[in-house]
Design a protein around this ligand. Structure first.
Ligand SMILES: Nc1ncnc2c1ncn2[C@@H]1O[C@H](COP(=O)(O)OP(=O)(O)OP(=O)(O)O)[C@@H](O)[C@H]1O
Ligand SMILES: [Mg+2]
Length: 296
């Protein structure tokens, strides 16, 4: 299946939240990466028909979504960024409720609720009230509601928000497992959520799609732009204002090393090129402030 997104544009009043967003997606995980306010949720709301675009269209295998109508909506599973859960509902009741909204018959709903719950490892907690769940359990149930009915296009808006690192990894692996034969679009501003599982990363900045590349290609682009320099304690502040600094660490002998991102090797003692990570790509791409030293 091919999902083609063409020229999606949306303004809220005078604020343009999405500008000519164009992309072609096939099965696999796509990481939609961008800082707060970049337009990720706006894109996802339009894709799921929770918001109408000012301009542009969506095509599935060449057929426009407005022609497909209900058939298009049946292809979609959506986990919104902010979703309240009724604390007094049990997970089972909540999932039945969503299955009903998706138009499933009672017997189909029963099958699907069991299947989705098993998928997210929540079978044994289905009859507990949602109010008693941990953050990770809530996120898993929200993913379960999105996969009810086996939608071919899964849209997850910050599915790991607010989770501790262990739960983050679990949710990430879970998403990776359920991505077979599906298009999964996952919005986040946390690089590690998509670093290892995404087929491609879509970078969104001020409503514009600025790149759509495989993680390996992004890393390739950063080659020769990331360095470590040894910094005396009294220069830490100066170095931070002079360069784009990713990370500062102390080694076992208490020497301070700063990870510096820029187009040229910094003219500093013991500067050495290091392997770029996606975190470096993110910083380099989304840093607003140009350091004084003009190293970018
Ligand atoms: N209902 C609205 N009314 C007015 N402005 C809005 C509305 N929704 C979003 N915006 C603005 O549109 C821009 C894009 O917002 P959007 O929620 O799509 O960003 P996002 O990338 O999802 O951000 P976040 O990472 O914080 O979730 C922001 O500047 C936001 O303030
Ligand atoms: Mg958002």
């Amino acid at each position: 299946m091919e999902l083609r997104i063409e020229n999606l544009t949306k303004a809220y009043g005078r604020k343009v939240a999405l500008r000519n967003f164009t992309a072609t997606l096939s099965s696999g995980i796509y990481g939609l990466l961008g800082p707060n306010g970049a337009g990720k949720s706006t894109m996802m709301k339009i894709l799921t028909e929770n918001l109408s675009a000012d301009k542009g269209q969506i095509l599935v295998d060449g057929i426009p979504s407005d022609k497909l109508g209900a058939d298009y909506r049946a292809l979609l599973g959506y986990m919104p960024q902010q979703q309240g859960l009724y604390p007094h509902f049990t997970a089972r009741r909540f999932l039945y409720y969503i299955a009903g909204l998706k138009g499933m018959t009672k017997s189909r709903a029963t099958e699907e609720v069991e299947r989705a719950a098993a998928m997210v490892n929540m079978t044994e907690y289905l009859d507990k009230r949602l109010g008693t769940y941990s953050g990770g359990m809530k996120q898993r149930i929200l993913i379960a509601q999105a996969v009810l009915g086996s939608p071919k296009i899964l849209i997850l808006d910050e599915p790991t928000a607010g989770l501790d690192p262990k739960e983050r990894i679990r949710i990430r692996n879970l998403i990776s497992q359920i991505s077979m034969d599906r298009i999964v679009i996952l919005a986040t501003h946390v690089v590690s959520d998509v670093e290892y599982i995404a087929k491609e990363i879509l970078m969104l900045k001020d409503g514009c799609l600025i790149s759509q590349l495989r993680p390996s290609a992004l890393l390739q682009q950063m080659k020769g732009k990331v360095f470590e320099i040894c910094v005396p304690e009294d220069r830490v502040e100066e170095v931070q204002s002079r360069y784009l600094v990713g990370n500062i660490r102390k080694d076992e002998t208490d020497r301070i090393w700063a990870r510096v991102i820029g187009n040229q090797k910094p003219n500093e003692a013991q500067a050495q090129e290091v392997m770029p990570t996606l975190e470096d790509v993110y910083l380099y791409t989304f840093e607003e402030r140009m350091p004084e030293g003009g190293s970018l």
